[in-house]
Design a protein around this ligand. Sequence first.
Ligand SMILES: Cc1cc2nc3c(=O)[nH]c(=O)nc-3n(C[C@H](O)[C@H](O)[C@H](O)COP(=O)(O)O)c2cc1C
Length: 250
Amino acid sequence: MKQKHLFAMLLCFVMVLMLAACGNSTGNKGSTESTQQETSSDTDEAVSTTPASSEEAEPQTDTGTPTDTEEPTSGSSVLVVYFSRTGEQYRVGVIDKGNTAIVADMIVEATGADSFEILPQEDYYPYTYDELTDVAKQEQNENARPAYAGEVPDLSQYDTIFIGAPVWWGDWSMICYTFFENNADALSGKKLIPFSTHEGCGLSGFDRKLASTIPNSTVGEGLAISGSDAQNNQDSVRSRVNDWLSGLGF
Ligand SMILES: Cc1cc2nc3c(=O)[nH]c(=O)nc-3n(C[C@H](O)[C@H](O)[C@H](O)COP(=O)(O)O)c2cc1C
């Protein structure tokens, strides 16, 4: 029992550190044409509970192999690129579809876009939440560029590219920077629209960071959705996604 409390306290501590990290990265609103679309209840939410099913964690079976969602087929001029994790996630317990993946699918559904999932080339990301936060922190400290599997066959055919990811330590996950940098030339000149899922940090400057990583792009208005809403309140999330898309002209 004592150990359980200690574990819970440690997880809270980790989340507090993350929220401190996002405080550093959201202050530059308006430095690109992007604006963060987030309700204050999302961004200011207290996050002090433990993950729902931390004791049920099992080794992750994800092989890191690209799935069929990665093969653009429709000839659409819109693409959704996303990174997302299953396994144990904050506030939602063990999930078999990632929070960001849920939002990405809603965008695909509404726009008819093609999609590409950024999957690690070798899946070394831990299944349990607290171990994953450690690995993610280390990647951020090292400014790592983890390799991902596959590539979008032809980025040049897309005019608008939605790019989504979970907020990790107040920033894009490092593997997203690998994608941005590998495709910097192809992304240049495109309209890029960021979206995040998070548990308190909102868009965390995704728009600003995207604009500075791909300086010749036009970064559109981003959307931030709380991960637990993506899992548990899908009707309301779908309606927010659709409103946001309408505002973007879709
Ligand atoms: C490694 C890691 C770091 C995180 N850092 C933050 C953070 O800084 N701020 C925040 O609001 N949420 C943070 N979270 C919560 C995730 O952003 C949130 O659970 C997200 O919806 C997960 O999406 P996914 O299922 O698509 O991976 C973090 C989660 C993990 C696993």
